[in-house]
Design a protein around this ligand. Structure first.
Ligand code: GRG
Length: 301
């Protein structure tokens, strides 16, 4: 999928560092053994670690060293992301049996424990975020930014619009807003967090944010496209589900051809933000490699 050597090496190195951090610190943070098994099941179910990796890549791009505190902030984001997936899969929400090719949390541990595993991961994310050795101003800014991104003006609002909008046809603008909140907010947080940690100037922070906002939208558009074009084997989860459930999706509202154009536009916007960053003197190769994620294979084009 991704061929850029700089990005590939970075992903390999930091996925391993993130996984080690999670393996060391997650079990010791939970006191109930069944809850622990349920939380660990989803955290170690084979996620790509995309959000923490993006956060670390942005820190690196601004030529700031990634240290253990940065890893802890990145890992806390993965906990929060995992909570959102567990709750999203529940019968009351998307009612999914498979995620990442294995049974969803509630299928394996039951609904009660799945809800609690999500609650545990959400709250632990903030515990980890607030116990780094960054100074109190950075911690306070990171906490506010993550709470805003994940909460009722961000991801939770997007999920509410999704669940409530299922029975009606959304307009394109409503769909874009839904995606911006549901999937985009956490990805945009990666840029905000990197800006806070590195104390970057306002132009750099602005361009990182434009990159992340467009990356987030591209990510959701790509997921919608794969749901139409991909196979269950490729995706590790049920596909063609959105259309079957009359969900509001990019292909459903925009049509396939325009959806592919929308994806290309988002990637172009990401590239323009990177060029501006490059003009300010930083190397953009690492972040450029992440854009290769959005390549459709030959049959899908
Ligand atoms: C339950 C409050 C609440 C929110 C759920 C993000 C979300 C909100 C639901 C996920 C819906 C979904 C499947 C969107 C498609 C894009 C997406 C977020 C996919 C999952 O993220 P990946 O691909 O997952 O990064 P991995 O498995 O790699 O961790």
């Amino acid at each position: 999928m991704i061929k850029n050597k700089v990005t590939l090496n970075f992903i390999q190195k930091y996925t391993s560092i993130l996984n080690d951090f999670l393996k060391t610190n997650l079990p010791t943070s939970i006191t109930n053994s069944q809850l622990s098994a349920s939380m660990q099941y989803s955290v170690f179910a084979g996620g790509k670690r995309l959000r923490p990796l993006l956060l670390l890549a942005m820190v690196k791009t601004t030529e700031t060293k990634v240290d253990l505190n940065t890893i802890q902030v990145a890992a806390s984001l993965e906990l929060l992301h995992t909570y959102s997936l567990i709750h999203d899969d529940l019968p009351a929400m998307d009612n999914d049996d498979l995620r990442r090719g294995v049974p969803t949390n509630h299928k394996k541990y039951g609904e009660a424990l799945a809800i609690l595993a999500g609650d545990g991961l959400l709250t632990l994310a903030f515990e980890w975020l607030t116990t780094t050795k960054y100074n109190s101003q950075i911690i306070s800014q990171l906490t506010q930014s993550l709470a805003h991104a994940a909460g009722p003006a961000g991801m939770v609002a997007g999920q509410a619009s999704d669940v409530l909008g299922e029975k009606e046809q959304l307009t394109f603008e409503q769909l874009k807003q839904l995606h911006k909140q549901k999937t985009g907010a956490l990805i945009t947080y990666t840029a905000e967090a990197a800006g806070i940690i590195t104390n970057s100037n306002s132009e750099t922070q602005k361009d990182l944010k434009i990159f992340a906002e467009n990356f987030g939208l591209a990510f959701q558009i790509f997921d919608d496209l794969e749901d139409v074009l991909g196979t269950e084997k490729m995706m590790g989860k049920a596909v063609h589900k959105d259309a079957g459930e009359h969900k509001n999706t990019y292909p459903g509202i925009r049509g396939l051809t325009q959806t592919k154009r929308d994806l290309i536009q988002c990637v172009t916007n990401c590239q323009s933000a990177l060029i501006r960053l490059q003009n300010s003197g930083v190397s953009i190769e690492l972040l450029q490699g992440f854009l290769e994620y959005f390549q459709l294979n030959e049959e899908e084009k």
